[in-house]
Design a protein around this ligand. Sequence first.
Ligand SMILES: *Cc1c(COP(=O)(O)O)cnc(C)c1O
Length: 226
Amino acid sequence: MIENNLHKVHQRIAIACVAAGRLEQSVTLLVVGKTFPSADLRAAFDAGARCFGENYVAEALDKINVLGDLRERIQWHLIGPLQANKTRAVAEHFDWVHSIDRLKVAQRLSEQRPAHLPPLQLCLQVNISGEASKSGLGVDDVPDVARAVASLPRVRLRGLMSVPAPATDPAAQREPHARLRELLTQLQQQGLALDTLSMGMTGDLEAAIAEGSTIVRVGTAIFGAR
Ligand SMILES: *Cc1c(COP(=O)(O)O)cnc(C)c1O
């Protein structure tokens, strides 16, 4: 089931890339496993998945431990909110964090990243739809925070991430993704070497790829409803 679902998601990505005139290899599938057991993640690994996204630090650390035999071959990405008091374990055990919404959290991750590991790869989470309830930096705050994070030594700022307000109409889905892409372009024009747009989930990955997504984060289409 998981293998078949993964195959279908790769087909959706491939079709969206053709429609957008992009290479399929330009989009990374991040397999989002929150609430699903390690055995399901192992099944996804056996079916070829290599990049895994988790929302909750404690749940993720447990899975990283249980799947320890695969550690060298898996990239672990934190995509959920990160409190300052949980940064040490994240700095020690993850490869990426997509949900940076404050300079302080990035500073702590940089201080706590062990010297024997490569730099922790970071994205700034942007509240692109401007919803009061959503986490993420306001659009106007992004340039200053991006410059500050990019100058930290043990982390590497790669780009931007967003979770837009849900929409079903394809044009409405594309609009916030287009704004995140424009914001990335603006930062690149200011001299920051960024290459990542983490946007698109089960319901809107085609719209995200049409607007330049380089990492789609997909859970439901692979593991089922939560
Ligand atoms: C759960 C989650 C996803 C995956 O969403 P699906 O709709 O299940 O594909 C992607 N990104 C974030 C930040 C999430 O919390």
